[in-house]
Design a protein around this ligand. Structure first.
Ligand SMILES: Cc1cc2nc3c(=O)[nH]c(=O)nc-3n(C[C@H](O)[C@H](O)[C@H](O)COP(=O)(O)OP(=O)(O)OC[C@H]3O[C@@H](n4cnc5c(N)ncnc54)[C@H](O)[C@@H]3O)c2cc1C
Length: 450
């Protein structure tokens, strides 16, 4: 039986008022038009887009904001574009620390590559601690009319016995862990890499797609106001001193502008060292090799080392089935080229919202399903070929010989590195771009979707 949700923390316009001319779609026994599980960048973005279109959206989030999320806290221009699409003011005047590009360090080279000038993306990235960023995005969704229930851990999907369709979720609420059910015509899984909701209906991850693992820590550092994101492309695993290995991954130093730097590293699953490396020790030995005056030493550390997995290259599919959509990390949306996930969480959120809005405006179940089937198709059209290339790239650089050769001969060539930046960060104009953009677009078009 459906119980009423415990705490309806509705702020901003009521759902009914936000609905405007579009009538509510849910039946009386349902709790919302759409349930969104998880209020990270994917969940808050999809909820904002849906609420703006007049739907009654209920977000269920296991933690309580503001909360920490282990991340590098860096957004490339792709992420900034998604924020702008959400109506977030990303100007420096609004308190954002802008970055102008990527500084690449490795192979004896230190090169500053400005973000490219493009029609499709702004020429700047931003950094913001996730503790603050995710809180801001969740409030943004609430201001658009979405309801947010915090301290609500979703444990499984509720499926219709007859059709197998997802018709809601079961959750445990508050400290008492009270069991509550919520029902809606559609449910969107935005619960991150744990993907508990997708797993509850048997959607396992694909092992033929790359995974990453990343760790990070904050340090008090004079480099806090750096206006370039910095990446170190040479990560050596020296656990066997006789056989040091160059790992497929990179270390990053992102100045946070608040006196600290977010320092971390990420490694791909395609190398033999994956799963056998002590990532904290690897980070320690990399940072010990940086100049003392940068401050990346134990005395200046703020908080603990945190780590998590990065689900890449569409590693959980299908992205839509039987009333359940997967968005962001829950659908394995992290870019296999560079480990960036926030932009893709918000981009997939926008696509999902568009399909849901259209589906719920249709009169018949068959017609609704037709509209929803467009979500995985749109994802493949926008990202499938690119992720396919990224999956191949991650396999190639998992081979230490290829990784070493690329670092040694590729890094010193600035023109090549400009192309590499565009490819790895997905920063190219699909139409009407320069010669590099045309090359990347052609390669993406020729790759069958991931
Ligand atoms: C160390 C590290 C560094 C990274 N650095 C970067 C970076 O610099 N830039 C970048 O773009 N990406 C980075 N990423 C990737 C990025 O963090 C993710 O891709 C991004 O957070 C995905 O957003 P999401 O909304 O899909 O999932 P999440 O951000 O994980 O959000 C999921 C939300 O769901 C909630 N939730 C989970 N389970 C449940 C449940 N059962 N019930 C209710 N709620 C639930 C969680 O509390 C959370 O709020 C990094 C990742 C790691 C691990």
């Amino acid at each position: 039986m459906t119980q009423q949700p415990h705490s309806r923390e509705t702020t901003g316009p009521t759902a009914e008022a936000a609905a405007g001319a579009v009538p509510l779609r849910r039946r009386p026994e349902e709790d919302a038009d759409v349930i969104v599980v998880g209020a990270g960048p994917a969940g808050s973005a999809v909820a904002t887009h849906l609420a703006r279109a007049g739907l009654d959206v209920l977000m269920l989030e296991k933690s309580t904001f503001p909360r920490e999320k282990v991340c590098g806290d860096g957004l490339t221009p792709r992420g900034v574009k998604e924020l702008i699409d959400l109506g977030v003011d990303t100007r420096e005047e609004a308190g954002w620390l802008h970055n102008r590009g990527l500084r690449v360090v490795g192979g004896g080279v230190r090169m500053e590559l400005a973000w490219p000038e493009l029609a499709s993306y702004p020429p700047y990235g931003v950094v913001r601690p996730r503790q603050d960023f995710d809180d801001m995005l969740a409030r943004h969704a609430q201001a658009a009319g979405a309801r947010l229930n915090q301290a609500t851990t979703v444990v499984s999907a509720i499926t219709d016995d007859r059709t197998g369709r997802v018709v809601g979720v079961r959750a445990k609420v508050g400290r008492e862990r009270t069991e509550v059910s919520y029902r809606a015509p559609l449910t969107i899984a935005c619960d991150g890499v744990s993907a508990r909701l997708a797993l509850s209906v048997g959607l396992e991850k694909r092992d033929d797609r790359p995974m990453g693992v990343a760790v990070r820590r904050y340090y008090t550092s004079p480099r806090t106001t750096d206006d370039y994101l910095e990446s170190h492309l040479e990560l050596w695993d020296r656990s066997d001193p006789a056989n040091p290995r160059l790992l497929p991954g990179y270390g990053w130093l992102f100045g946070m502008g608040d006196g600290t730097v977010n320092a971390g590293l990420g490694i791909l699953s395609t190398s033999k060292a994956y799963g056998r490396t002590d990532y904290r020790a690897l980070m320690r030995s990399w940072l010990d090799g940086t100049p003392e005056e940068w401050g990346f030493r134990e005395d200046n550390a703020v908080g603990k080392v945190g780590g998590a997995a990065l689900p890449m290259g569409f590693n959980r599919v299908p992205h839509y089935r039987d009333g359940l959509l997967l968005v962001g990390d829950a659908g394995g949306m992290v870019n296999p080229f560079n480990g960036e996930g926030i932009a893709y969480a918000m981009q997939s959120a926008k696509l999902a919202a568009d399909c849901v809005v259209h589906a719920l405006s249709r009169p018949t179940p068959a017609s609704r399903e037709h509209a929803l089937s467009r979500y995985p198709v749109a994802l493949r059209q926008q990202l499938g070929g690119y992720y396919r290339l990224g999956n191949i790239f991650s396999k190639l650089i998992g081979n230490p010989v290829i990784m070493r050769t690329a670092t040694k001969y590729g890094l010193p060539i600035e023109t090549l590195m400009r192309l590499v930046l565009k490819l790895l960060a997905g920063l190219y104009d699909p139409k009407d771009g320069d010669a590099f953009d045309r090359m990347i677009s052609a390669a993406v078009r020729m790759s069958p979707s991931a």
